[in-house]
Design a protein around this ligand. Structure first.
Ligand code: ZN
Length: 108
């Protein structure tokens, strides 16, 4: 993941998404990049207005460096919307990865 692309990703998230609860636009500091698996990026959006955490799964198109689709869950406790090539086990493994802050990511 190139830093320039990450900046573009944050800009697009700020431009196209608002808090589903209070309709507030996200600030740069509200957006945290968690990591990526294959062509999917995991981004946490924390609303500065109402503190609602939203986990966004962003499908990345390497050719256009654009966003093809974003699945938003209403909170971290919500079930992930699973689409495309990513599997439930990968999501579970990734969640363990980000919650335990392990250095090495192992696919199941
Ligand atoms: Zn909000």
């Amino acid at each position: 993941m190139r830093p320039q692309y990450l900046q573009d990703l944050v800009k697009q998230l700020q431009e196209f998404y608002k808090c589903p609860s209070c309709d507030t636009n996200y600030h740069f500091d509200d957006i945290r990049f968690l990591g990526e698996i294959d062509l999917y990026c995991f981004v946490q959006l924390s609303c500065h207005g109402c503190s609602l955490p939203v986990l966004a799964t962003v499908s990345v198109d390497d050719k256009t460096h654009g966003l093809r689709k974003t699945d938003l869950a209403k909170s971290e406790e919500a079930k992930f919307a699973l689409k495309g090539e990513i599997s439930a086990s990968e999501i579970a493994e990734f969640h363990r990865y980000i919650t335990k802050s392990q250095i090495v990511f192992k696919r199941s």
